[in-house]
Ligand binder design. Structure first.
Ligand code: ATP
Ligand code: MG
Length: 354
């Protein structure tokens, strides 16, 4: 069969227009090797969209995304936008508008790249719609407010439904990994909110007798990730804790330029590297494309699993294998101490996906 796979491509700002096309080209080659065609649909987004459409996320982009399940999205550099267009950030608009509630951020060391912790191999499953980041919440407009000029408050929202769906993501992922989930919370202090998160995760755990489950307070988890990273497999947690722990895990595994992620709902997935727009190196052709390429590989694997499409899963595996091969060969962009350009690195990966 040759069912084409359609992907929305939103380059974004800074190094986005350098790393996103490289990742899409690698995916094109990997799918072609499986006899499949990738159809990229480029959509205006970020600073170029402000110039052409007056908005970072134009209505035509949102309309087009409604119809497309898979997206490759570059970083945004809101600080470079006119002040009145800086908020909400474009990435937050997409997550909120489309209810991308699951943020999956793996972190593992790569052969050939120095890592703080060589044995880190974790997947942080971060609830991405609730918690203290209530301005991203689907039901409450803005969670932060100031009742008087001297008092600032924030509302943290945790709902049973959101806890359940993120727990299912985590336990499903654990079955495909090493069969271990650690529930991270702070239920000794935030008893009602993170306590509900904890309880619902343990309820869901009962449906997965084959998966080992334990729990940690978030502060202990941060310390243990540094001390004994090899003890952990899947970490499931609420929004703010997940934001912090995934940065910590990513840093343990090496450079920011290596860390991939996807954001998903039940029906749509967005590949987005963990790093930002890196304006300091934008336009120099030196950006590391590994994070973006890895994010697109994650997205293809998610899609392949969801649609029982073995060829798409095989393409994802081929991309990860090619990345590992090229890194182990010692090919490196400037952030990793090398001299290879973004395009040269991408071409080397593309040459190994077939
Ligand atoms: P944001 O607020 O958008 O997350 P940030 O302040 O976290 O941005 P980044 O844009 O991620 O910052 O950049 C942090 C540092 O890492 C910069 O020095 C940048 O050049 C470097 N960096 C980020 N991504 C890459 C990459 N893919 N390749 C090489 N260097 C990178
Ligand atoms: Mg950042």
């Amino acid at each position: 069969m040759n069912d084409a796979v359609t992907i929305a491509v939103l380059d974004g700002d800074g190094i986005g227009p350098e790393v996103v096309p490289v990742a899409v080209e690698v995916a094109t080659r990997a799918l072609a090797a499986q006899g499949r065609t990738l159809i990229p649909i480029r959509l205006p987004y970020g600073a170029t969209a402000i110039a052409s459409h007056g908005q970072a996320v134009p209505a035509e982009t949102l309309e087009a995304l409604e119809e497309i399940d898979l997206w490759a999205v570059g970083p945004h550099d809101s600080a470079s936008y006119p002040p009145e267009l800086r908020s909400p950030a474009p990435g937050a608009v997409l997550r909120k508008q489309f209810g991308l509630y699951a943020n999956l951020r793996p972190a593992r060391a790569h052969g050939g790249v120095p890592a703080v912790a060589a044995d880190v191999d974790v997947l942080v499953v971060r609830e991405n719609s609730e918690g203290l980041y209530a301005d991203r919440n689907m039901t409450i407009g803005s969670g932060e407010f100031m009742p008087t000029p001297d008092v600032a408050m924030a509302v943290g929202v945790i709902t049973r439904g959101a806890c359940e769906r993120i727990a299912v993501e985590a336990f499903d992922a654990a079955r495909r990994r090493r069969g271990h989930v650690t529930i991270v919370h702070k239920a000794n202090v935030l008893r009602l909110t993170t306590g509900l998160f904890r309880d619902v995760c343990f309820d869901v755990a009962q449906r997965y007798p084959d998966v080992r489950v334990d729990e940690q307070h978030v502060d202990a988890m941060a310390a243990l990730l540094v001390r004994r990273p090899g003890d952990f497999d899947v970490i499931v947690t609420e929004n703010l804790f997940g934001d912090i722990l995934s940065d910590l895990a990513g840093e343990l595994s090496g450079s920011l330029g290596l860390a991939p992620s996807i954001n998903t709902s039940a029906t749509q997935g967005m590949a987005q590297a963990v790093h930002g727009a890196a304006p300091d190196i934008a336009g120099t052709g030196t950006a590391n494309p590994v994070a973006m390429i890895g994010s697109v590989a994650m997205l293809l694997r998610w899609h392949g699993l969801r649609t029982s499409d073995a060829a798409v899963e095989a393409a994802a595996d081929a991309i990860d294998g090619a990345l590992a091969h090229v890194l182990a060969d010692g090919l490196a962009t400037a952030d990793l101490g090398g001299t290879v350009s973004t395009g040269e690195f991408g071409a080397a990966v593309a040459a190994h996906v077939g």
